[in-house]
Every structure is written in structure tokens, then in C-alpha cells.
Write a protein that binds this ligand. Structure first.
Ligand code: CAO
Length: 428
């Protein structure tokens, strides 16, 4: 039954002019929701990530293959005159143009928003840049630059250490997600107005949006110290800016990462442990400190603030006698919020994640089977089938013929002009 369902974005054509990570994550999601994503790549070169962090010589890298599922690839030189004509036809044909070139690159190609809108007034043009309008608008930006400029790095890490970037790609993939929402919102508005619009997302803005609670804390500082930060209980004064909070929880409930059984040899034998007021008594019983339920200095959350190190050291003595999964099994029935620190290896081995499609095994003609992260957004009436990423230019001819309706002679002429590189047949 499920396979007969239509997909949410079926019929929507995307001119995917994205590369590296931020843009491709966006168009990949649109592809998962059923849009026809036509990835336009430089002839013979393609998206630079195809050949970055290569693990299998000759094959597209995992960097590329995991970010470009459910797309068709077309080689097209957008600086060649015939290439520009083909691109113009693509713009006429598509509903959305998505790009994350360096600032000004599309204008230099001759395809400013004004020009694109003139070619197709219904088209939505969606762009990612590092910064919004202002003093940094011309900068090229990568993931960690965005994490630093968006307030994430200054608020990540330990108080006595340097700023830290996080492993989650909040600058690239986070921005791709924001752009995706902008695109579907603009498509929804177009249903009513009939015209397209420009959608712009800056990586700095996306990171800041995700670091919203740290801007909350910046303003709370004016009213006094941030009591839920460990440094308050430790008597360390606050400065002018939101400090790094180590592993404190951002929600106001004391929380830490604690060692579990095996920590001496396993770098991920740890659990997150939160002591919410509502479950304090259960925590006390669990760790064998029943007196702390009523003892002066321990009974209420404000009293405990200057004793958090002592309390978490005691809880850690208990967690170190259990594996992180045993901690989970014992705490969950008591509603004590804990979370095992899962390694990527443990996640890759989790059958439950394959059952939900969050992890998928994908076959690829050049590299064989590999694991990919599937679509994290589940629509009950628009199931996702994760398809392998396209080879460079795999669909050039198919798109020229079926989407752009060029005749055989015209395709021959386009090919001879050097606009599309060598036209190849789709791989099996
Ligand atoms: N045909 C012909 N030329 C093409 C082409 C095609 N199909 N596709 C791209 N080009 C050209 C561009 O027009 C540009 O030429 P000019 O410099 O003459 O204008 C050139 O290729 C390089 O494009 P670029 O500047 O976008 O690429 P880069 O590798 O130098 O920079 C990046 C990469 C990501 C820093 C930059 O694109 C950027 O800042 N993007 C916006 C922010 C962003 O998305 N960053 C996240 C990237 S993921 O970490």
C-alpha cells in the first residue's frame, strides 16, 4: 500500500545548484519528500565533495554520497554561452532554484535574482550565504566559521578551556534545514499568490537560532548570576558574556556527564544524568543516600546549588558500578532523565534505527553497500525511499531530452559546444 502513495512534493522540480554540505542537505530532504532534484554540476569536476575525504579510490566519497541521495546529476558549464541557454531553460522549467555559491557568484554568471525572476516569475530562489547583509556579507564561510560567528563556540566547552566547536554540523546541515523550511513555506505561499520569491538564510543566523538559549542567558546576566550554571555553586564570578557551561544542562535542571563502568578503557562509557527536583528523592534512594532527601543543605534545589560537585561525585560513584545501559534501565522506570553517551559505532549497530529508516543501507555502483543516515522527518502519507547519489553527469542526456525537451540534433549541438561535457547514459 505504502509504495502506491504519492510523495508530498511530487511534481516539484528543483534546480539544485548546491555544493559541499549546507545546500545539498536541503535539496536532499526535498528529494526525500518527492521533489525531482536536478543537481547541476561543473562538467568533469562536479561537486568538490565527490573527491574529498576519499576512502575508496575512484569512487565518489561518503561525504558526497551521504549528502546527495534522491537527486539526478547533470553536467553543465554555466559560464559557456550554450550552457547559459540551457540553464535559462532549466530556470523556466523548475519551481525552485537552490544555491550556496560564494557571495556574488551567481550574479557573475549572469543569473541575479532579478534575472531569474524575469525568466520565471513563479520560481523560488533559495540561497545560503555565510552572513546576512552587512560588514561580512562578502565572506566565504564554512561550518566552523559559522559556529564561531553564531555564538555556539563561545558558549561551548569548559569554563577553564578554549571555545569549542561541536561535532554536529549545525552550521551546514542546520542551515540546510532552515532553508528547506523557507522553501516549502514559499511554495505554500505561491499556491495562493502564483508568484515566487527569494528565500535567504545566513549560516550565522541559523547557528544563532539554534543557540537561542545562550542569548536568553546573555540578557539574564543583567539580573544577576546564572544560578543553574555550575560556576555559580563553585563561587566563580560571571563576566560580561554568557560563559561556557561545560556539560551543564541548558534548561535550568542540574545535569552532568558521569563515568560508567568501563570508562578506563572505553572513551564513551559515560551517561548524562539530570537531577530534576521532581525525582530528587528517587535519586537519593537509588544511590544509597536516603538522608539527603531531608538533610538541611540537600532537601531543596536552591540549597543544593553549592553542593553539586559533591552530589554528582556521589552519583558518579554509583554510575561507575553500572554500564551506561544499566544506568538507563534502572533510571528510566523511575523517570530519572539519563542518556547513555552513544558512540557512532554503537549507533551504526542499532537495528532499531534501521527499522525506522533513520539509518539505511544503500548500494552504490562504484563503492558497493554503505550506511547512510536516512530522513529524520517521518511523514505518514509521504514515505521516503532513500536512493543512491547520482554519478557525475549520469542524467545529463535524460534531463536535456525529457525535462527540457531538446531534440537529438539539439543535444548533439549542445554537447559539441562544450556546455555539458561528455554526454553519458545513465548507469544501471
Ligand atoms: N559551471 C561553471 N562555473 C561554475 C559552476 C558550473 N556548473 N558551478 C560553480 N561554478 C563557479 C562559480 O561560478 C564560481 O566562479 P567565480 O568565482 O568566477 O564566480 C566558482 O565556480 C567557485 O564557486 P564558489 O566560490 O561558490 O566555490 P568555492 O569552492 O570557492 O567556495 C564556499 C566554497 C562553500 C566557501 C562558497 O561557495 C560559499 O561561501 N558558499 C556560501 C556559504 C556556504 O554554503 N558555506 C557552506 C559550505 S559547506 O561547509
Amino acid at each position: 500500500m505504502v509504495n502506491e502513495m504519492t510523495k508530498a512534493l511530487e511534481g516539484v522540480k528543483i534546480l539544485d545548484f548546491t555544493h559541499v554540505q549546507s545546500g545539498p542537505t536541503c535539496t536532499q530532504i526535498l528529494g526525500w519528500f518527492g521533489a525531482d532534484v536536478i543537481k547541476v554540476e561543473r562538467p568533469g569536476v562536479g561537486d568538490a565533495t565527490r573527491k574529498q575525504l576519499v576512502d575508496k579510490p575512484g569512487a565518489d566519497s561518503l561525504y558526497f554520497t551521504m549528502l546527495n541521495h534522491n537527486k539526478r546529476s547533470m553536467e553543465l558549464n554555466s559560464k559557456n554561452e550554450t550552457g547559459k541557454e540551457v540553464l535559462t531553460r532549466l530556470i523556466k522549467e523548475c519551481d525552485v532554484l537552490v544555491e550556496n555559491f560564494a557571495p556574488g557568484a551567481l550574479d557573475r554568471m549572469g543569473f541575479s535574482w532579478e534575472r531569474v525572476h524575469e525568466i520565471n516569475p513563479r520560481i523560488i530562489m533559495a540561497s545560503i550565504k555565510g552572513f546576512g547583509p552587512g560588514k561580512y556579507e562578502d565572506c566565504k564561510v564554512y561550518e566552523n566559521v559559522a559556529q564561531c560567528a553564531g555564538g555556539s563556540a563561545s558558549t561551548t566547552g569548559f569554563l577553564d578551556g578554549p571555545p569549542l566547536v561541536t561535532g554536529a554540523q549545525i552550521g551546514d546541515s542546520g542551515t540546510g534545514l532552515h532553508l528547506c523550511l523557507g522553501i516549502v513555506t514559499a511554495l505554500f505561499q505561491r499556491e495562493k499568490t502564483g508568484v515566487g520569491q527569494r528565500v535567504s538564510v545566513a549560516m550565522q543566523d541559523s547557528v544563532l537560532n539554534l543557540a537561542r538559549v545562550k542569548m536568553r542567558d546573555q540578557q539574564r546576566l543583567e539580573a544577576g548570576p546564572l544560578k543553574e550554571y555550575s560556576q555559580f555553586g563553585e563561587g566563580i564570578p560571571f563576566g560580561e558574556a554568557t560563559p561556557r557551561a561545560g556539560n551543564d544542562s541548558g534548561g535550568g535542571q542540574p545535569g552532568r556527564i558521569l563515568k560508567c563502568k568501563g570508562w578506563e578503557t572505553d572513551p564513551n562509557a559515560y551517561t548524562y544524568f539530570i537531577i530534576q527536583a521532581a525525582v530528587w528523592e528517587k535519586v537519593c534512594d537509588l544511590i544509597g543516600e536516603p538522608n539527603w532527601k531531608t538533610d538541611a543543605g540537600f532537601a531543596t534545589p536552591p540549597e543544593r546549588l553549592d553542593k553539586l560537585n559533591q552530589i554528582f561525585e556521589r552519583i558518579e560513584q554509583w554510575t561507575m558500578t553500572k554500564t551506561k545501559f544499566e544506568v538507563m534501565d534502572l533510571c528510566n522506570p523511575l523517570d530519572i532523565p539519563v542518556g547513555p553517551i552513544l558512540s557512532m559505532k554503537e549507533i551504526a549497530d542499532d537495528e532499531g534505527l534501521y527499522a525506522t529508516g533513520t539509518l539505511v543501507k544503500v548500494d552504490h555502483p562504484e563503492r558497493g553497500e554503505y550506511i547512510s543516515v536516512g530522513c529524520p522527518i517521518k511523514l505518514s502519507a509521504s514515505p521516503v525511499d532513500v536512493e543512491r547519489s547520482p554519478l557525475l553527469g549520469e542524467h545529463t542526456e535524460e534531463i536535456l531530452r525529457d525535462v527540457l525537451k531538446y531534440s537529438d540534433e539539439e543535444i548533439q549541438a549542445i554537447s559539441e559546444s562544450g556546455a555539458v561535457g561528455e554526454v553519458r547514459k545513465a548507469a544501471e
